[in-house]
Design a protein around this ligand. Structure first.
Ligand SMILES: Cc1cc2nc3c(=O)[nH]c(=O)nc-3n(C[C@H](O)[C@H](O)[C@H](O)COP(=O)(O)OP(=O)(O)OC[C@H]3O[C@@H](n4cnc5c(N)ncnc54)[C@H](O)[C@@H]3O)c2cc1C
Length: 376
């Protein structure tokens, strides 16, 4: 009998395990694949607090109080991830960045003006830039932008591997090749079954399965899309501001980008609604070409040699908030799914919410992320 089984050895599983160990729980991690074989490996790891849905739009969905709390919690999570990295001496290229959010076809100048005011009202450090300021400071031709501190970058695999290694040193056992297909409540615990008929009994289970969301989660809570990314060597000189700034376009299709160091950039976006489209390897060159053009459209002086290109599954909820809750009908089975462009930021929040609940405490923001909040 295990105390807590964490299903999934990606960044969510690693952070949840860490938080549970700090609460004194014994943890076993199981994964159907090897550790880090899920979307964590595909992540471009822009660690942003900005949700995919602008604050002023989220407020229209869930009200100002909940929306501003969600944004502030997200901002805190990026800083807390930095604290975790430093406290554990994780060598994962974690570095703080400014965030530059640009007007695009989805959110134009007027929306950005409103957004900057909303962020300031929520106590977040955000400065509105008009077209002239953007041109002067960044050499970018867009109608508006918002800039502010509070973002970060990291190497997602090293971050996760570092956390998992430390967990294992503290006594956590990790098993791969265990594909959990069923969960059943039993007296004082749960019974997990794998596809090869092995059985695991635990006091509690936390599903950290990324976008392979457990089937008990109502499908209406989220959609699974495909997304793509490239890494490219830059010929010529990168603008100096880019080395300390991540960029996100409020466009459809959107594009984001950051530097990797050593004259490389990574850019991503070009999402499609078909959750399996990323498995079509024939589509990869075209998607990579489009992303390259998106970057050149933004920064025409850059000449790029694409060295790596890849795609992956990507989850989205209507509110852009993560799902962190008990599975319907279960009191001891939790699910964590960090939807949206800041999935890793949400993994930090998920670890805090779940660990608090298992200690018998109530996280003040827990209601924001519950399944019923996603079904409204
Ligand atoms: C191309 C791309 C770019 C991205 N860029 C960013 C970004 O810049 N910033 C950001 O914050 N986020 C980004 N994301 C999202 C981010 O990668 C995810 O939010 C995050 O990695 C999810 O981590 P996870 O641990 O929840 O899931 P995963 O890393 O997918 O891990 C889940 C694990 O669970 C295992 N598993 C699933 N089901 C079962 C089962 N039934 N039994 C046993 N094991 C199971 C899987 O094998 C897997 O190892 C990006 C995603 C993609 C695809």
């Amino acid at each position: 009998m295990a105390d807590v089984v964490v299903v999934g050895a990606g960044i969510s599983g690693a952070l949840v395990t860490r938080a549970l160990r700090l609460s004194g729980r014994d943890v076993v991690i199981v994964d159907r694949r090897r550790p880090l074989a899920g979307s964590t490996m595909a992540s471009t790891a822009l660690l942003q607090y900005e949700l995919d849905l602008p604050l002023h739009r989220l407020a229209e969905h869930v009200g100002w109080s909940r929306a501003s709390r969600a944004w502030r919690r997200s901002a805190r999570a990026v800083q807390e991830l930095g604290d975790i990295v430093r406290a554990n001496h994780l060598r994962c290229q974690f570095a703080s960045r400014d965030s530059l959010y640009l007007a695009g076809s989805r959110y134009g100048r007027v929306a950005l003006k409103e957004e900057a005011i909303a962020r300031q009202r929520a106590g977040l450090d955000a400065t509105y830039l008009d077209a002239a300021l953007l041109r002067d400071h960044y050499g970018i031709e867009r109608t508006a932008g918002i800039v502010g501190p509070g973002a970060a970058v990291a190497h997602p695999a090293r971050l996760t591997a570092g956390l998992l290694r430390r967990a294992m040193k503290s006594g956590v056992r990790l098993y791969h090749g265990a594909n959990v297909v069923d969960v059943m409540p039993i007296r004082n615990g749960v019974l997990l079954t794998t596809d090869d008929d092995r059985v695991l009994v635990a006091n509690q289970v936390v599903f950290c399965c990324g976008y392979e969301v457990p089937r008990l989660v109502p499908p209406r809570t989220h959609r699974i899309h495909s997304t793509w990314a490239i890494a490219a060597r830059v010929r010529g000189t990168l603008p100096s501001w880019l080395s300390h700034t991540v960029v996100w376009e409020g466009a459809n299709p959107y594009m984001y980008l950051r530097t990797l160091g050593d004259g490389y950039i990574v850019a991503g976006g070009r999402d499609e609604q078909d959750g399996s489209a990323h498995t079509d390897l024939d589509a990869l060159p075209q998607k990579a070409g489009l992303l390259r053009e998106d970057v050149r459209d933004l920064l025409p002086a850059l000449s790029l040699d694409v060295t790596h290109r890849w795609g992956g599954a990507f989850g989205e909820s209507a509110s852009a908030l993560p799902l962190i809750d008990r599975l319907p009908g279960h009191s001891r089975a939790w699910v964590v799914a960090g939807f949206g462009g800041n999935g890793i930021t949400f993994s930090v929040v998920a670890a805090q919410v779940v660990a608090a609940a298992l200690r018998g405490e109530r996280d003040p923001d827990a209601a924001l992320f519950r399944i019923d909040a996603h079904l409204r």
